[in-house]
Design a protein around this ligand. Structure first.
Ligand SMILES: Nc1nc2c(ncn2[C@@H]2O[C@H](COP(=O)(O)OP(=O)(O)OP(=O)(O)O)[C@@H](O)[C@H]2O)c(=O)[nH]1
Length: 312
């Protein structure tokens, strides 16, 4: 008996993570496996800055998915810290899944990442051909062969090579089965019902950041950070009509960026607020009053003190 009650015979539990260049489809696949929106996706690369776990609960297994930021050649302190975080994660999980989007040729970026992965010992490596809905069978076949060849070249012994589409759902179930089969036997690691162990503040901050990036991708590539200052239930509300007050700060790096985020007479910030609010309400299942403040934190990506304050 564990704290979770009787564990069925042969129950498996463990960790897997997705590795791949930005936009490879890692977050979307995590969502597809978990079946709920817990990881933030965006058509903008490198939005996943925090390690967020999605948890797949099954009668026979529990699969904890760790979604790491993309590894890249570090130019800032933030970049270096992220890379350390990524490497540490790889060595701690049971399976590392390398994602190679099927609609793109395997390039130097993929080879760099796979080369870094190949240095990790004692972990099972699975290759995924993601976004298969975007290509025909012939192109997919060539892609699978290229993945196989890359593995040979780097001495990476792929335990499986799995084509999958998070958008059409094709092979998502099979992927879950294959990953579960690679997990060690053991009791559940998290209580049932948990979809992620990221604190609610982190998820809420991610939703606000996603909304704030929408439409200003070209002007503000990676310059917005969000901190949730407080989340408190409004006092004096009837029990059947609760309201959660959420105060969040949006940090930009320069005054000029502040104007972009706020927009003409605050029109843009209002749109960001209402988009984020409905997402937060869906996530938390309660009506929300969202207050956003835009602040300037000069060069926060390069300043250790600011980075700590912003949660990095
Ligand atoms: N057609 C199609 N598009 C996909 C699929 N999976 C992801 N995408 C799209 O590809 C883009 C990137 O997906 P993400 O899941 O955010 O990619 P990621 O690898 O997590 O990206 P980073 O967080 O930047 O590292 C998004 O616009 C997704 O909608 C898929 O299976 N099929």
């Amino acid at each position: 008996m564990s704290v979770f009650g009787e564990v069925p015979e042969g129950y498996r539990s463990g960790f897997a993570c997705f590795v791949g260049r930005p936009n490879a489809g890692k977050s979307t696949l995590t969502n597809a496996l978990v079946g709920s929106k817990v990881v933030i996706t965006s058509s903008r690369p490198q939005t996943t800055r925090t390690v967020v776990r999605g948890i797949v609960h099954r009668p026979d297994a529990q699969l904890v998915l760790v979604d790491t930021p993309g590894l890249h050649r570090p130019r800032t302190l933030l970049g270096e810290r992220l890379n350390d975080l990524v490497r540490a994660t790889w060595s701690e999980v049971d399976v590392v899944c390398c994602c190679f989007p099927a609609d793109q040729e395997i390039g130097p970026g993929d080879a760099f990442l796979a080369g870094e992965v190949a240095k990790v010992r004692g972990t099972v490596f699975v290759a995924l051909a993601t976004k298969t809905d975007l290509v025909d069978g012939e192109r997919l076949a060539r892609h699978l062969m290229a993945i196989d060849a890359l593995g040979r070249e780097l001495g990476l012994d792929w335990a499986e090579i799995v084509p999958v589409s998070a958008v059409s759902g094709d092979q998502v179930g099979l992927l879950a089965d294959l990953l579960v089969a690679r997990m060690p036997e053991g009791p559940p690691l998290y209580p049932e019902g948990d979809l992620t162990d990221a604190p609610e503040e982190v998820l809420v901050a991610d939703l606000v950041r996603e909304a704030a990036l929408e439409g200003v991708r070209d002007e503000l590539p990676h310059s917005i950070a969000v901190v949730v200052e407080e989340m408190i239930p409004r006092e004096g509300r009837p029990e059947d009509r609760p309201l959660l007050d959420v105060h969040a700060s949006l940090y930009v790096e320069r005054d000029s960026q502040k104007g972009i985020v706020i927009g003409h007479r605050g029109s843009r910030l209002r749109d960001v607020g209402s988009a984020a609010r409905s997402q937060i309400e869906a996530l938390l299942g309660t009506p929300v009053h969202l207050q956003l403040h835009v602040k300037v934190a000069k060069d926060w990506q390069r300043d250790p003190r600011q980075l700590r304050k912003l949660g990095f």
